[in-house]
Ligand binder design. Structure first.
Ligand SMILES: NC(=O)c1ccc[n+]([C@@H]2O[C@H](COP(=O)([O-])OP(=O)(O)OC[C@H]3O[C@@H](n4cnc5c(N)ncnc54)[C@H](O)[C@@H]3O)[C@@H](O)[C@H]2O)c1
Length: 272
C-alpha cells in the first residue's frame, strides 16, 4: 500500500509530550512526575532508590531509570531513554537533591561537601548538558531545576547545601543565556520547607516542625504538590516567555527582612 492511499484527512497520531523527572521516587519529584503523568505526559522517572520508585509500577506511561544523577552517564542515559522509548523530549525536571547538616570542623566535612555538590550541582549540570542540546535539536523545551530558599540565604550548619543551591540559581541563568536562542528555557523553583517524607518520616519532631512553620508568613509548610504545580508551570508552555529565573515557592519566608517574626497562627495547617 502506497502512502498515497492515506487520505489527507487521516488523523496523524499525536505523540504525547515527554518529561524526565529526577529524584522521582518521593517528595517533590514524585508529585511532579504524577502531575505530568496525570496531565498526559509520558514520564521517565529517575532515582537512586529502586524500591521507592515502586509507586510507578502501576502507572502507565512511566518508565524507570535507576541511577545516580552525579554520574554524567546517567544523564545521557535518561535523555536517550526518553527519545528511544517515547520519541521526543519536552520537559526535564532536575530535582534530585540531598541535604546534610555539617559542622565546619567535622572530620568528614569535605567528603560530605563533595557529595552534596556532586548530587545537587553536578547532577544539574549533567542534566542540562545532555538534555538541552537534545531538546534544541527537536525545536526546544523546558528545563526546571529544584533550588531552595537555602540558595538565597544561609542556614545554620548547612553551608554545603547553601552553596549547592545558590549554584543552581545561577546555573539556570547561565544555561538560559546559552540555550535561549535554540528554544530551550531553563528555570528553577525554590521551595521553602515542604512536607516530604524526610520531614514526615519521624526523624523530625513536632517541635522542629513548629520551628520551621513559625517564620513562614503563610504559617504552614508546603505540600509537595504545591511545588509540583510551580514546576508544571515552568516546565510547560504556560511560562513560554520565562527563562533564567527562580520562582520562590516558600510561603513568603524570603519576603521577611529577618528581624521580626510574622504574626503567628495557632493551626499547623491553614488551608487557603
Ligand atoms: N523538602 C523541602 O523542604 C525542600 C526545601 C527546599 C528544597 N528542596 C529540594 O527539593 C528537591 C526534592 O527534595 P524532597 O524534599 O522531595 O526530598 P526527598 O528526599 O523526598 O526526595 C529526593 C529524591 O532524590 C533522590 N536522590 C537523592 N540522591 C540522588 C542521586 N544521587 N541520584 C538520583 N536520585 C537521588 C532520593 O532517593 C529521593 O527520592 C531536592 O533538590 C531538595 O534539595 C526540598
Amino acid at each position: 500500500m502506497s502512502d498515497h492511499s492515506v487520505s489527507e484527512s487521516t488523523p496523524v497520531p499525536v505523540q504525547p509530550r515527554v518529561a524526565i523527572v529526577t529524584g522521582a521516587a518521593t517528595g517533590i519529584g514524585r508529585a511532579s512526575a504524577e502531575i505530568f503523568a496525570d496531565r498526559g505526559y509520558a514520564v521517565v522517572a529517575v532515582d537512586i532508590s529502586t524500591e521507592a520508585l515502586a509507586w510507578t509500577r502501576d502507572r502507565e506511561g512511566i518508565r524507570l531509570l535507576v541511577g545516580d544523577v552525579s554520574d554524567d552517564a546517567v544523564a545521557a542515559e535518561m535523555v536517550a531513554m526518553a527519545l528511544e522509548t517515547f520519541g521526543r523530549l519536552d520537559t526535564v525536571v532536575l530535582n534530585a537533591g540531598i541535604a546534610r547538616r555539617i559542622g565546619w570542623q567535622d572530620e568528614d566535612a569535605m567528603a560530605l561537601f563533595d557529595r552534596i555538590m556532586a548530587v545537587n550541582v553536578r547532577g544539574v549540570v549533567s542534566g542540562i548538558r545532555h538534555a538541552a542540546p537534545a531538546m534544541a535539536d527537536r525545536g526546544g523545551g523546558a528545563i526546571v531545576a529544584t533550588a531552595s530558599t537555602s540558595g538565597v540565604g544561609g542556614d545554620p550548619e548547612r553551608w554545603a547545601y547553601n552553596a549547592s543551591k545558590a549554584a543552581v540559581i545561577n546555573l539556570v541563568k547561565a544555561a538560559a543565556i546559552d540555550f535561549g536562542a535554540r528554544g530551550v528555557r531553563v528555570n528553577a523553583v525554590a521551595p521553602g520547607p515542604t512536607l516530604t517524607p524526610i520531614l514526615q518520616g519521624g526523624a523530625v519532631t513536632q517541635e522542629h516542625l513548629e520551628a520551621l512553620r513559625r517564620p513562614i508568613p503563610l504559617q504552614r509548610l508546603a505540600r509537595p504538590q504545591e511545588q509540583a504545580e510551580v514546576i508544571w508551570f515552568l516546565g510547560t508552555a504556560a511560562s513560554s516567555f520565562v527563562t533564567g529565573t527562580t520562582v520562590m515557592c516558600d510561603g513568603g519566608i524570603t519576603a521577611n527582612a529577618g528581624i521580626f517574626l510574622p504574626p503567628s497562627a495557632a493551626l499547623l495547617d491553614i488551608h487557603h
